[in-house]
Write a protein that binds this ligand. Structure first.
Ligand code: TXE
Length: 481
């Protein structure tokens, strides 16, 4: 069976413990590779390698850092088919989505930050003729990056690329549930000539490897994407050490649909924003609020479209729109929430059950896209992050009511508004408590924009200059003239 290796000091190595964790293919429910069960000893080796590489990497001209990173992105592009297949087998998403969605975005992340660093400049603040201030931005040192399982390579590169571009050395931990593409990326980093120690990848469990990174006194910043509870634990441990933290956490995003929207455009996008990647995207709109005058029409057409178009099954099959749920644990969690929704009075309009495809995927973890109505906005199903192919629909009468329900959760990551009324769109966008508002679109991303949430959805912003600022320390120098 294929053994995944850690990537430490430029070499592919086995974990110190020599122990491995089973890595499952969710589309078949079977173990297909082994993930290192690393611990604090591997993290220490990775830290030492990163620390040793820092002096040289941080003094490498940004033009040269850029060239290496662009080369990594080109090699990734060369191997896109291999990476897409690996991601689908590891994560369960349809192959077309890996190939046309996630992998191109992972490539863009590396290229974007690899080139952005060449244009990164700092500010000067002249005080008339008396003095001049200028800001120096220097890399932090050794930083930690911890990423989740829903968009494995995309979110991994989203963190490591700005960190490395800015001159830091990294100890990174991909999710133990989806370690494979990060492992393949380490092979590419070796081929591209990334100096040893600049990027180190330690695979393993969160409470072992992730927490060893968080408690390490010399790892000065942590960029984390994952569940809110894990984020809170990282913040608790890191705060007394005054580590810099960027936490991208959960969401329970509202999708607010007004009667004056472009109905067809909205309907197509709402199917995507509800169920793309099996609903396992922190930006998916899982609470759909619909103006009452179009509620029945929306309900009928939305349910019909989801039932007829979203074929569930083998992610390798080109017809499949909804692949497998990432793990047995997550599969059980989503099914439990469906039961909870029923207990809370929800009416299942479609889905609401597991799916058992025929043949080799019969033991995989599949759930039919599920639409539920009849729930109060403040019940658990409508307040807790489920992170699967499950949405609720709820009618509203006024803007104020829609806003109140939209803002009622502890989360505030993203939101979507559908209206052709420009004044209303701007007003709602200003009043929604979220880090991201999409008007008449969803998941339209420009890598230069700030990305992150408010409330329990996180702290800090990533993306564009925000990420480069996070991964550097600013120092003001004031010179009296
Ligand atoms: O995430 P975890 P899980 C949400 C979603 C999901 C829930 C739990 O609701 O059901 O979180 O998912 C590492 N110290 N999201 O359990 O555990 C872990 O190994 C340091 C939203 O998979 O937060 C992995 O690499 N690290 C989300 C990463 O943290 C620790 C994406 C995320 O795993 C750790 C994923 C610890 N003590 C889940 N414990 C989004 N917002 O995109 C675990 N980890």
């Amino acid at each position: 069976m294929q053994k995944i290796a850690n990537y430490i000091n430029g070499a592919l190595v086995e974990p110190v413990s020599k122990q491995y964790i089973d890595n499952y293919n969710p589309s078949t429910g079977s173990v297909y590779s082994l993930c290192p069960d690393s611990d604090e000893r591997d993290v220490e080796l990775a830290y030492q390698a990163a620390e040793a590489a820092f002096e040289s990497w941080s003094n490498t001209p940004s033009e040269k850092r850029s060239r290496i990173m662009v080369h990594i992105s080109e090699l990734l592009e060369r191997d896109i088919d291999k990476f897409a297949m690996a991601e689908t087998i590891d994560q369960g998403k349809p192959l077309w989505l890996s190939k046309n969605g996630e992998m191109p975005r992972a490539i863009s992340n590396i290229r974007f930050f690899g080139t952005a660093i060449e244009h990164f400049a700092s500010e000067a603040h002249p005080m008339g003729n008396h003095a001049i201030n200028y800001t120096l931005r220097t890399p932090i040192g050794v930083v930690g990056c911890i990423s989740p399982w829903n968009l494995p390579l995309y979110l991994f590169t989203w963190k490591i690329a700005p960190a490395i571009a800015a001159g830091n050395c990294v100890v990174a931990k991909p999710s133990e549930i989806t370690p494979y593409t990060a492992y393949l990326l380490s092979e590419i980093c070796i081929e591209a000539g990334l100096p040893p120690g600049v990027l180190n990848i330690v695979h393993g469990l969160g409470p072992k490897v992730g927490s060893a990174l968080t408690v390490h006194p010399k790892i000065k910043a942590i960029s984390f994407t994952g569940g809110t509870k894990t984020g809170a634990e990282i913040a608790r441990v890191a705060a007394p050490m005054f580590k810099k933290l960027s936490l991208e956490l959960g969401g329970k995003n509202p999708n607010i649909i007004f009667a004056d929207c472009d109905f067809d455009k909205m309907l197509n996008e709402t199917v995507r924003s509800s169920f793309l990647n099996q609903g396992e995207i922190c930006l998916c709109g899982s609470r759909i609020f619909v103006e009452r005058s179009i509620y029945d029409k929306f309900k009928a057409e939305f349910v019909n479209k989801v039932k007829t178009e979203l074929v569930v099954g083998n992610p390798l099959d080109a017809k499949t729109k909804t692949g497998a749920i990432v793990s047995k644990m997550h599969f059980d969690k989503v099914l439990n929430y469906i039961e909870l929704a029923k207990l809370e009075g929800g009416v299942i309009l479609c889905g609401g059950h597991a799916v058992k495809p025929e043949g080799e995927c019969a033991n995989g973890w599949y759930i039919a896209p599920t639409i539920i109505e009849g729930l109060s906005y403040d019940c658990r199903t409508n307040q807790e992050e489920i992170f699967g192919p499950l949405v609720t629909i709820t009618p509203f009468d006024t803007e104020e009511e829609a806003l109140m329900m939209a803002n009622s959760t502890e989360y505030g990551l993203a939101s979507t508004i559908w209206t052709e009324n420009l004044t209303r769109a701007h007003k709602m966008a200003a009043e929604i408590k979220a880090g991201i508002v999409w008007v008449n679109c969803w998941l339209l991303r420009d890598l230069r924009t700030p990305f992150g949430g408010v409330k329990s959805s996180g702290v800090g912003r990533e993306g564009g200059l925000e990420a480069l600022r996070f991964f550097t320390e600013a120092k003001n120098v004031c010179v009296k003239l």
